[in-house]
Design a binder for this molecule. Structure first.
Ligand SMILES: [Zn+2]
Length: 114
């Protein structure tokens, strides 16, 4: 277990700026893995705001997504209206797998801070 956490820590250390940040993300990703009732969700962002891009950038194709942590309805699953959206971030542009993993860990940090 300690080795596994250390491996993950090293992974976060490569993605982030500071050791402290990496430590927090390692801890919070672990916490997220332990939450049986919290699901990671990625959906298309149908109302993206790309106004911050240059015109050239905006002309290219982009994937814009919403990342969320949700607590699915215990009886009916995620598509049910009882599903709680715990925290989310929208307007995520062209995220690769690494960035997605960091994002979910950051969302876990937000959730733990509440
Ligand atoms: Zn329900």
């Amino acid at each position: 277990m300690a080795n596994e956490l250390h491996r993950r820590y090293r992974w976060f250390r490569r993605q982030t700026h500071t050791a402290r940040e990496a430590l927090v993300l390692t801890r919070d990703e672990q916490w997220l893995f332990e939450q049986d009732d919290v699901e990671r969700v990625t959906e298309s962002d149908w109302d993206p705001d790309l106004s911050w891009m240059t015109d050239d950038e905006r002309r290219q194709e982009h994937t814009v997504e919403v990342y969320a942590l949700v607590r699915p309805c215990a009886d009916h699953g995620r598509q049910c209206r009882h599903t709680e959206w715990l925290t989310s971030v929208c307007n995520v542009v062209d995220a690769d797998q690494n960035y997605a993993r960091v994002l979910f860990a950051e969302l876990a940090t937000e959730l733990m801070a509440e």
